[in-house]
Ligand binder design. Structure first.
Ligand SMILES: [Fe+2]
Length: 382
């Protein structure tokens, strides 16, 4: 069977130093760090056999335009969601916004709201129960609104949908409730259907993973100019990977297997201190697990030389509305690491869903591990 759209192996691109962007170049700037700019030359397409090989090797897969027809049908929903995030930045409360969206819903009922004062990024967490015909069938579902970063230069927002007590990692123990959290996300953000109703995309993902898949732990992103996500991974227990769809606006990405990132990092360790902490691929692999390595964080997220190396390595991608990036996760060291930059002058809209086995299997990643490894801002860390 053919792929749903063009699968892109790499984008051939050229990097330019900060302040030297030619006309039409995409400027990589995030939270005050200027990493240069990129001009795309051409996409290099691949066939489905290569897709499987890329997935096995933890490489990202970009599908151009796979969401475009569905996005045309959900244009009004996308507009409403963008306006919602703008209102929140102007001070509207998430609770009011959410229940206004669900005013006619008989399916969900309010179950309170909270703010975690220990989390500087969290704005508000709104809980709901899902009603069945005779009784409640999904308890303590939530949508949590957060800033992406504590850095005030980055006003990107996100909403994550899950259920139960985060501190107890209830989502880890009880996959049967995940379907209700997924339904809650779909009720609040109807444009979820652009991703979860895309049969061609789901069929491709299920062929890649050789199993039935559910799309859970959903996150809706509103990446704002000058913002985005610093380098991180999404290796979580049971999670097989991530599907991220660009609905409005554009994002630039660095995405590559952790082991390849470790090699690039090691090659750029110059000072004695850097050489000691990440001067070999093996040391760099372990250093990527430590959140306290500030010199490594600077190299990963603020150093033009690494941006150049990543572009030359073929790890640069630009997502336009309608594009999807799939990122594999096979374990803590065998996972696609990525870094995201919001492009353009206005905040965008994207949906990012975790890929899980429809029925848990023993060979799911980290099935025996309860805690995920650190890695900066992991997907579920806020
Ligand atoms: Fe991520």
């Amino acid at each position: 069977m053919s792929s749903p759209s063009i699968a892109v192996a790499t984008t051939r691109a050229r990097w330019f130093a900060p302040g030297r962007a030619p006309r039409g170049a995409h400027v990589l700037a995030r939270r005050g760090a200027k990493l240069g700019s990129v001009v795309e030359l051409e996409d290099v397409g691949i066939d489905e056999a290569e897709l499987h090989e890329r997935w096995r090797r933890d490489r990202p897969i970009v599908l151009r335009g796979v969401l475009t027809p569905a996005l045309a049908r959900h244009r009004a929903d996308v507009r409403r969601s963008l306006a919602f995030f703008d209102r929140v930045r102007d001070g509207a409360t998430w609770q009011d916004e959410l229940w206004r969206r669900l005013a006619v819903s008989k399916e969900f009922e309010p179950a309170g709201a909270s703010v975690d004062l220990g989390d500087a990024r969290e704005l508000e967490k709104v809980f709901a129960h899902r009603r069945g015909k005779r009784r409640r069938i999904g308890l303590d579902l939530y949508g949590k609104l957060s800033w992406i970063s504590v850095d005030e230069r980055d006003v990107s927002l996100r909403v994550r949908f899950s259920f139960g007590a985060e501190a107890l990692m209830e989502w880890f123990d009880d996959p049967s409730r995940a379907v209700h959290a997924d339904a809650f996300a779909r009720a609040v953000f109807p444009e979820c259907a652009v991703l979860d109703g895309n049969r061609a995309l789901l069929a491709l993902v299920e062929r890649l993973l050789a199993r039935r898949v559910r799309l859970s732990e959903r996150i809706v992103y509103n990446n704002a100019p000058g913002g985005g996500a610093i380098f991180h991974h999404d290796a979580e227990p049971w999670q097989l990977g991530v599907a991220y769809g660009q609905f409005a606006g554009e994002t630039a990405w660095f995405a590559l297997p952790k082991r390849e990132l470790a090699q690039l990092v090691a090659s750029l360790a110059k000072s004695p201190r850097a050489k000691k902490s990440f001067g070999t691929p093996k040391r760099a692999l372990r250093a990527l697990d430590r959140e306290d390595a500030s010199n490594l964080a600077r190299l990963l997220n603020e150093t033009p030389a690494l941006a150049r190396a990543l572009v030359e390595h073929g790890a640069f991608y630009r997502l336009k509305p309608g594009d999807v990036i799939l990122m594999p996760s096979h374990g803590v060291d065998d996972v696609c690491w990525h870094s995201v930059f919001a492009l353009g002058a206005k905040p965008g809209l994207s949906h990012s869903y975790g890929l899980f086995s429809a029925r848990r299997r023993r060979d799911d990643p980290l099935a025996s591990a309860r805690a995920s490894s650190p890695g900066g801002e992991t997907r579920l860390s806020t």
